[in-house]
Design a protein. Structure first.
Length: 116
């Protein structure tokens, strides 16, 4: 109970590097983690719970679904991602409604961050 019908309930990303993934997302976004064996890590604190699944040992390929995160200060978040080892794939650009950039996490997953 408490789940909303037809809503996105959980997000799961491919996992290649569990330790690097946890360090990266905790350092940059403050997410918390729970390990479920050596090949699965769940996360919380992102507005929606999710996990990283390494059971298939499949390298991430692009393009895939694009998860877009929000940050109050876009330039500061970009620098935090770079310091944490993320790779910026699209520099900050404007779009109707704000600005955003794209980055790769330690597993090769592409995500974006936007701000108004």
């Amino acid at each position: 109970m408490g789940q909303k019908n037809n809503s996105i309930n959980y997000i799961e990303f491919p996992l290649v590097d569990a330790a690097g993934t946890k360090k990266f997302y905790h350092q940059v976004f403050g997410w918390e983690f729970t390990d479920f064996g050596p090949e699965y890590v769940s996360f919380s604190g992102a507005g929606i719970d999710g996990g990283f699944n390494g059971a298939d040992k499949v390298q991430v390929s692009s393009p895939g679904a694009l998860i877009v995160l929000y940050a109050d200060n876009l330039a500061r978040k970009l620098k935090e991602i770079e310091r944490a080892g993320g790779e910026i794939t699209k520099a900050i650009f404007q779009f109707p409604g704000g600005e955003r950039f794209h980055f790769l996490d330690p597993n090769g997953n592409e995500l974006a961050v936007w701000s108004e």
